[in-house]
Design a protein around this ligand. Structure first.
Ligand SMILES: Nc1nc2c(ncn2[C@@H]2O[C@H](COP(=O)(O)OP(=O)(O)OP(=O)(O)O)[C@@H](O)[C@H]2O)c(=O)[nH]1
Ligand SMILES: [Mg+2]
Ligand SMILES: [Zn+2]
Length: 296
């Protein structure tokens, strides 16, 4: 039988199958191939007469994130807003770059549009060719389109604190009961955050419930090689071969076609600013370090 790992707790894996959720133990055979099973893995299992199972095989992963440890994502949803607490575009671009680098589709969901239409961010990501939606968890505006967009996909959410991730999840999954409110509110009431990432079935797909729904651990960004960063900004693509010098860093070089496109308004200034900031942070990383990092 086949299934998808929803969560893993203390050596047990809970696998979503056509026959419901089955509690499984691992049988080490695949340790030589993909390593330890993680949430999101597509697995083959053997069901025992008592209804529990054993994981037999893990299908090769289409992609995986390290923190949170989750495999086979179809979508990274970056929740952002221009209403308080206004999102720093750099955070959005960092998460988008992680997703692009891993081959996971990114999208930007602008929340709190009952307070602010978020025009600047909307225009920025439209121009970049990244899917962008305007919603309001408070009024329900735009939520039908967002629901339809998520259909059949395995999606993880990221975004700065207070942007409304938990509010959106509660709107999508009535009865889900994610805690909402300001950080100070929550400290008063005590936080009940899950320690482990978990997939929650939703609309023919899954939503990854990551611990506290905080932003991705953007340390992962350090795993993008300098040479690869340019490909993590999809709207740079038409210009990359047009620069005067091969190996152009697209930071401040003479004859850089990317910079000319920024000048001409074809690439948003804030996107290029984020690129430069990320370039500075990753430029010393070497391939052998990347290999070492990934093996940790
Ligand atoms: N006006 C308005 N307020 C909203 C909307 N969505 C969320 N809020 C409010 O914004 C505050 C923060 O929302 P949360 O859903 O807790 O934010 P979060 O992104 O989960 O925050 P963290 O868990 O700290 O990362 C709450 O007081 C919500 O009621 C919206 O669409 N419009
Ligand atoms: Mg939250
Ligand atoms: Zn260039």
């Amino acid at each position: 039988m086949n299934g998808r790992i929803l969560k893993g707790i203390g050596g047990f894996y809970y696998v979503d199958t056509a026959d419901g959720v089955i509690e499984c133990k691992a049988r080490g055979r695949f340790r030589k191939t993909v390593g330890k099973p993680i949430v999101g893995d597509r697995v083959e299992l053997d069901v025992q007469p008592d209804g529990t199972g054993y994981l037999l095989e893990i299908a090769p992963r289409q992609n995986s994130l390290i923190r949170p440890a989750v495999a086979n994502l179809d979508l990274v949803v970056v929740v952002a807003t221009e209403a308080p607490p206004q999102t720093d575009p750099f955070l959005i671009d960092k998460v988008i770059a992680i997703a692009e680098n891993k081959g996971i589709q990114p999208c930007v969901v602008l929340n709190k549009t009952d307070l602010d239409a978020c025009d600047t961010l909307y225009d920025t990501y439209r121009l970049a060719g990244i899917d962008v939606m305007r919603v309001s968890a408070a009024t329900g505006k735009g939520m039908d389109d967002f629901r339809a967009y998520l259909k059949g996909k395995t999606a993880a959410f990221a975004g700065n604190s207070g942007v409304g991730k938990s509010s959106l999840l509660n709107a999508l999954l009535p009865g889900f009961g994610a805690e909402t409110g300001t950080i100070s509110d929550r400290i008063g009431r005590g936080r009940h955050t899950t320690r482990h990432v978990e997939l929650v079935p939703y609309n023919g797909g899954y939503i990854a419930d990551t611990p506290g729904f905080s932003s991705f651990d953007t340390e992962q960004m350090d795993l993008v090689l300098r040479e690869d960063l340019q490909y993590a900004f999809r709207e740079f693509a038409p210009y990359l071969t047009e620069c005067r010098f091969t190996g152009c860093a697209h930071v401040k070089e003479k004859g850089c076609a990317v910079l000319a496109a920024v000048e001409a308004g074809k690439i948003a200034q804030s996107r290029h600013d984020s690129y430069v900031k990320l370039y500075e942070s990753v430029k010393d990383l070497k391939e052998w370090q990347l290999g070492k990092e990934l093996k940790r």
